[in-house]
Ligand binder design. Structure first.
Ligand SMILES: O=C(O)C(=O)CO
Length: 273
């Protein structure tokens, strides 16, 4: 038990962002990691040119890194958006256009988890309408993920930093997971248990872990306060990851924290302490 027993991957959309996208996999490998995850890298487009997808695949392959998690197109993220799939009109259309592109890219690099951020509430649109659209889009995404042997992740964020995002508690995320599985019958929708976001929401983390570990398909960590590396805040991250392991979760743990005022390569000292 302890950190040495975990399978960590590096989130290349928050760590190593001081480097161009295509240089990040090699930098993660040089820091000792064989697995990485990404938010949708092309925030301006859900359908990048094939050459861009090929270049990212080449960078991952040449670095010897496995992509273990990829977000679908989620609007301007980083930025004001928190997903596109529940936002009627152009954003939902962009999400739909992205589904097969993201699923096919995942298949091409052997990535088995696709994360679908729900999207912010929109002024003047009834929440029920947004939820109806979201379910419709998530069902299509779950089927596409299944086609390439992947799971579909649903992530809760935190209310202070994402006040317009409706999924800001573990039960709210699990409710969507269950609805998608009911609608598809596939069972491949899973919870993305992000310890930082849940702690920012003031949730009882041991209880959440005990209750939802079995429905969890991916885990992400950062310390709180500050969203920095383990040890920079006051979360008992090592103990919480042990609890997850004891509860039966043995998947990837994404390092989704800010490096702070130093190069990302220097933000992993906690692993050898
Ligand atoms: O926006 C965030 O904080 C995320 O975790 C996106 O996946």
């Amino acid at each position: 038990m302890g950190y040495t027993d975990q399978r960590f991957d590096v989130n290349l959309s928050i760590l190593f962002t001081e480097l161009p996208l295509l240089e990040r996999p090699a930098a993660a490998a040089a820091a000792g990691f064989k697995a990485v995850e990404l938010w949708w890298p092309w925030i301006e487009t859900p359908t990048p040119d094939q050459a861009e997808l090929d270049a990212l695949k080449k960078a991952l392959d040449e670095a010897g890194t496995q992509l273990v998690g990829l977000n679908f197109y989620a609007g301007q993220l980083p930025g004001p958006d928190r997903g596109a799939l529940s936002v009627p009109g152009e954003e939902s259309d962009r999400f739909r256009a992205n589904i097969d592109v993201a699923a096919d890219f995942a298949a091409s690099v052997g990535c088995k988890a696709l994360n679908a951020l729900y999207g912010n509430r929109v002024d003047g649109v009834a929440p029920a309408l947004q939820d109806e659209l979201a379910l419709e889009n998530l069902v299509v995404a779950a089927r596409a993920a299944d086609r390439v042997g992947a799971i579909l992740l649903i992530e809760t964020l935190n209310k202070p930093e994402s006040p317009l995002y409706p999924l800001v508690s573990a039960p709210a995320g699990i409710e969507i997971v269950d609805k998608v599985n009911e609608a598809t019958g596939l069972g491949n929708a899973k919870f993305l248990l992000d310890i930082y976001h849940l702690s920012m929401n003031g949730e009882n983390l041991p209880d959440v872990i005990a209750e939802y570990a079995a429905k969890t398909g991916h885990v992400q960590i950062a310390d709180n306060p500050g969203r920095g590396a383990p040890g920079t805040g006051d979360l008992p991250l090592e103990e919480l990851l042990d609890l997850l392991k004891n509860a039966g979760y043995d998947g990837w743990v994404g390092l989704e924290y800010k490096p702070g005022d130093r190069p990302s390569a220097e933000a992993f000292g906690w692993l050898s302490n």
